[in-house]
Design a binder for this molecule. Structure first.
Ligand SMILES: Cc1cc2nc3c(=O)[nH]c(=O)nc-3n(C[C@H](O)[C@H](O)[C@H](O)COP(=O)(O)OP(=O)(O)OC[C@H]3O[C@@H](n4cnc5c(N)ncnc54)[C@H](O)[C@@H]3O)c2cc1C
Ligand code: SF4
Ligand code: SF4
Ligand code: SF4
Length: 429
């Protein structure tokens, strides 16, 4: 993140790259982290101190106590304003199955581009030159959307795509699709940058509680292939979702394809449950529903939807926050939508996890940033130490290919079933 004093705090950066897109002096360069993700570096000789980069930075890792209080007062407040909540899926079963959940996002983009409702869509697509590093691109025709569907779990930065959209006069109405951190940054940029404020931008936010860096892909690669000699550059193709819902992971390595069902797979769910291989910034982000987006879309992680053959091609939960968004959604000829309870939408995203992110967050931040400050409760600090030590320990163990390829499945199953309360030390005291 970029502070008011123009300090870059690497540990809190969400790697969105929007600061670099809006800088009027091209003073922000990419100082890639060790996984190749964007980290800003400000050239003080070029910078004029306008603070635009600070103003659009989406990181809001503060006011933990206030947010916790809000959540306790009104559980639904975390979702932001909702005019309507829906369950939806694409009418074409092939497209529905190819997507992450119900194919709602790709269906909306396809129908808006086809009908001319928008002139372009700015979203994440595949990167043929490096499949593990997806890129933001401007899609201008429905046919160009091939390769867009399905989640890519790494953080993705703008890499010039937002600037290109801002400068292109033919892009007058566009849809922007991104994670909650992307949405917050782009909304701020639209308010502050004249070239963007003249455009109509409909935002679609993807539910998100954490992204995963390349260690996650390396871990899946070792386990899927059971071959410790493969490395990330050998991966010609990687999909983490798709082929139904919750779908399968598939990778093509050295000419051979490897697949694994995600549904009952502890190998897949264990790193999600234990926050492994996620950037530290995700530990301080509590906007799982992309509350600033016009439309938000996520998975219905509830037993009644994860089971049942009729749900297997895929389903999505959808939140519409503006009248225009609701009209686009309900009148989209490519989607089937029915009303859903907002409480079901909330329950699908593990409210305990959302709450536990806020609990002890100030202590975790103190440890991550290695800074001193006003005194914090000893119990909270102990919880934070315990949580971060467990995360780092598991990451070290499961970065090692020998451990990942050699350990029996039962080991991962047991770890997945352990209650997440263990992540807090007070559970053990
Ligand atoms: C990092 C990440 C974390 C997520 N966490 C959760 C979660 O905790 N709970 C939950 O319910 N759902 C989560 N999802 C969302 C879920 O996996 C589906 O993307 C969502 O339900 C939309 O499904 P769909 O079938 O409608 O989308 P599709 O039709 O398959 O389209 C997917 C869309 O996602 C975009 N996209 C893919 N990867 C990225 C990325 N890295 N950054 C920005 N945009 C991307 C594509 O451009 C495309 O527009 C997460 C997704 C990502 C990428
Ligand atoms: S705008 Fe994005 S890339 Fe820039 S510092 Fe903030 S989070 Fe990081
Ligand atoms: S303060 Fe202004 S000129 Fe300096 S880096 Fe930030 S956006 Fe660029
Ligand atoms: S949790 Fe998701 S939205 Fe938040 S910073 Fe991480 S990737 Fe971005």
């Amino acid at each position: 993140m970029i502070t008011e004093n123009l300090d870059v705090v690497d540990q809190l950066c969400a790697h969105c790259g929007v600061c670099s897109e809006v800088c009027p002096r091209q003073a922000i360069a990419n100082n890639e982290d060790r996984y190749g993700f964007f980290l800003p570096r400000i050239d003080k000789n070029k910078c004029n101190g306008c603070l635009l980069c600070h103003k659009i930075c989406p990181v809001e890792a503060f006011q933990f106590k206030e947010r916790l209080k809000m959540l306790e007062k009104d559980r639904l407040s975390v979702m932001g304003k909702a005019l309507g909540t829906y369950l939806g899926y694409h009418v074409d079963s092939e497209r529905r199955s190819r997507s992450s959940s119900g194919g709602v996002v790709s269906g909306l983009l396809h129908s808006c581009l086809k009908s001319g409702r928008v002139s372009a869509a700015l979203a994440v697509g595949e990167n043929p030159s490096f499949p593990l590093k997806p890129v933001f691109r401007l899609f201008r025709t429905p046919e160009s959307l091939k390769g867009l569907a399905a989640s890519k779990y790494s953080p993705v930065f703008m890499e010039g795509a937002l600037k290109q959209a801002a400068q292109d006069p033919s892009v007058d109405r566009m849809i922007f699709v991104g994670l909650p951190c992307h949405i917050r940054a782009v909304k701020k940029a639209k308010a502050l940058i004249p070239a963007l404020s003249q455009k109509e931008i409909i935002t679609i936010g993807i539910f998100c509680k954490k992204s995963k860096d390349l260690r996650f892909t390396g871990y899946l690669l070792s386990r899927l292939t059971r071959n410790r000699n493969f490395s990330l550059p050998d991966v010609a193709f990687a999909r983490y979702r798709g082929s139904g819902w919750p779908g399968e992971t598939s990778m093509r390595v050295c000419g051979k394809e490897y697949r694994q069902d995600n549904r009952s797979c502890a190998i897949y769910s264990f790193p999600w449950k234990w926050h492994l291989f996620s950037p530290d910034s995700c530990l301080f982000c509590y906007d799982p529903f992309a509350r600033d987006a016009d439309i938000s879309v996520g998975d219905p992680w509830l037993k009644k939807y994860t089971s049942g053959a009729e749900n297997q091609p895929g389903l999505s939960f959808v939140i519409a926050r503006t009248g225009q968004a609701r009209e686009i959604l309900v009148n989209c000829g490519e989607l089937v939508t029915t009303q859903a309870s907002p409480f079901e939408v909330l329950e699908s995203q593990s409210p305990e996890e959302i709450r536990s992110k806020l609990q002890d967050a100030a202590s975790r931040m103190r440890i991550v940033l290695k800074r001193r400050g006003s005194p914090l409760r000893t119990r909270s600090l102990m919880n934070a130490y315990w949580f971060l030590s467990l995360k780092r320990l598991f990451e070290t163990i499961f970065e090692n290919k020998d451990h990942v390829t050699g350990l029996p499945d039962i080991f991962f199953k047991v770890l997945t079933r352990l209650p997440t309360r263990i992540m807090g030390a007070s559970y053990l005291l």
